[in-house]
Design a protein around this ligand. Structure first.
Ligand code: FAQ
Length: 328
């Protein structure tokens, strides 16, 4: 629908680009009908869609535990959380559509592997403690990344982030609450909580993207205020915030090199295994195949619904056209 309104912009220099940068530097929001460079539009489509796909695929690891949650209350909370993730995906697809792509196109690119989703969702959820670890660490990392995005330069993305961040903060607390119960529980529960932290720590650090020296998009994205902080800055903030939380739980972060540097006030920590990260991005993580199969199946199973909706829309349009002719 928005495709006709797109003002492009294959100029990567010239007075329009200078004027655009002045607006960005002044902290103005760019809106869908405004002029924007092709690269800005392309980068936003890539980042917002990857984000939307992550929210949708991100339902799968937790959905795995809805039927096995330990109490009715935990089940209701988890169900609500997973539904929130679907909602986030939908706001984000809407934000991407304002840039001139359709949700169908984006979905097809996810399903045939042309578009990415967050690496974290290619890891399995083996025990109930993993649901705690996801809320605490994965939603915790997501908030750290997304709070600054409320100030991103593209209006529809920034506004979607405001609501998403409120909900993510509830998700993080529910995860920490599960971890607290487990860490204060029996020895077996404590071991389960520690094991979940051991398995989710480094994949959570990877959520912030490759190190700044390996990040191909950061410099341009930060110039356009699509990104407000670099990957390493946010990773450091996440570690600084999360280590004391682990200590409060009585759990040990699985990193022998972890230490608080009294001079900088920041934790020093080990980098994740970046070769594992790139393997996961290339489709070779523990659950990549399973996740894409599940999304492909959902898309195929929903074909009859889309066909029905389209047939209804066509009939409605034909009836409206016929009554218009009759009235003339
Ligand atoms: N996974 O140059 P950079 C959530 C790719 S939401 C997969 O540094 P950029 C909620 C990147 O696309 C989680 N791919 O890239 C939830 C690029 O590839 P390309 C998602 C990754 O964009 C919780 C290449 O590597 N959040 O969890 C990853 O400047 C619980 C080079 O990297 C967002 O998407 C990765 N981890 O920075 C749901 C937030 N990292 O496209 C359910 C918005 C990098 O050139 C349950 N996105 N890549 O082929 C961002 O802030 C940025 O896109 C970054 C990456 C920081 C993720």
């Amino acid at each position: 629908m928005y495709a006709q309104m797109v003002k492009s912009e294959n100029t990567d220099n010239g007075p329009e680009l200078d004027a655009f940068q002045v607006r960005i530097d002044a902290g103005e929001k760019i809106e869908p009908k405004d002029w924007m460079p092709a690269g800005y539009r392309k980068t936003l489509i890539r980042q917002i869609s990857q984000h939307a796909h992550s929210e949708i695929v991100g339902q799968l690891p937790e959905g795995n535990w809805i039927t096995r949650a330990p109490t009715l209350e935990r089940k209701a909370i988890l169900l609500a959380k997973v539904q929130d993730e679907a909602g986030h995906g939908l706001y984000l697809y809407c934000a991407a559509e304002t840039l001139g792509v359709s949700r169908d196109e984006l979905t097809e690119m996810l399903l045939d592997g042309r578009m990415k989703y967050s690496s974290i969702f290619n890891y399995p959820t083996l025990t109930w403690a993993d649901i705690g670890a996801i809320g605490w660490l994965v939603d915790g990392a997501a908030i750290m990344n997304q709070v600054p995005l409320q100030r991103t330069s593209y209006g529809p993305y920034a506004r979607a982030m405001v609501r998403i961040c409120k909900e993510e903060s509830f998700h993080q607390r529910q995860g920490y609450d599960i971890m607290m119960k487990m860490a204060q529980g029996s020895d077996a529960q404590k071991r389960m909580a520690q094991d979940a932290l051991n398995r989710y720590w480094y994949p959570s650090l990877m959520m912030f993207g490759p190190s700044d020296k390996e990040s191909v998009h950061s410099a341009q994205s930060m110039k356009w205020r699509i990104k407000i902080n670099s990957n390493d800055e946010l990773r450091q903030k996440f570690v600084d915030q999360t280590v004391p939380q682990a200590e409060y739980l009585g759990l040990t972060v699985p990193d022998d090199n972890l230490r608080l540097n009294p001079e900088t006030g920041h934790y020093e920590f080990s980098e994740p295994d970046w070769s594992e990260f790139f393997e996961v991005l290339n489709g070779n993580g523990p659950c990549n195949k399973e996740r894409l199969e599940a999304r492909n199946k959902a898309w195929d199973d929903g074909q009859w619904v889309r066909d029905g909706m389209m047939a209804h829309a066509r009939k409605k349009a034909a009836r409206a056209a016929a009554s218009q002719v009759a009235a003339e």
